[in-house]
Design a protein. Structure first.
Length: 91
């Protein structure tokens, strides 16, 4: 879920950034350089958990350089599992 979407990149490039963030989340990585055909930059997290309404997750930020100028994105990554275990209450 994006908190602040980058305005100079397309949907496909946004997915590339989110895929990188999920990989980082799964291995506990705090920072990495990212690059695609339409941008390059830095993806990082302070390992901070944030909540918006009933959605929560680890916050990731991206500082990007694009052909159209600098851009930023912020979004949440959460682990959603099925099976036994507790759920987030909507109360």
């Amino acid at each position: 879920m994006f908190l602040r979407a980058a305005s100079h990149i397309g949907e496909e490039e946004a997915l590339v950034i989110m895929e990188q963030a999920v990989e980082m989340f799964l291995v506990g990585e705090e920072e990495r350089n990212i690059k695609s055909s339409g941008f390059e930059g830095r993806l990082y997290t302070e390992m901070r958990y944030e909540i918006i309404g009933s959605l929560g997750g680890q916050r990731f930020d991206a500082d990007l350089e694009t052909p159209y100028g600098r851009d930023k994105a912020s979004f949440l990554v959460s682990e959603q599992t099925q099976g036994l275990g507790g759920r987030i209450s909507r109360n």
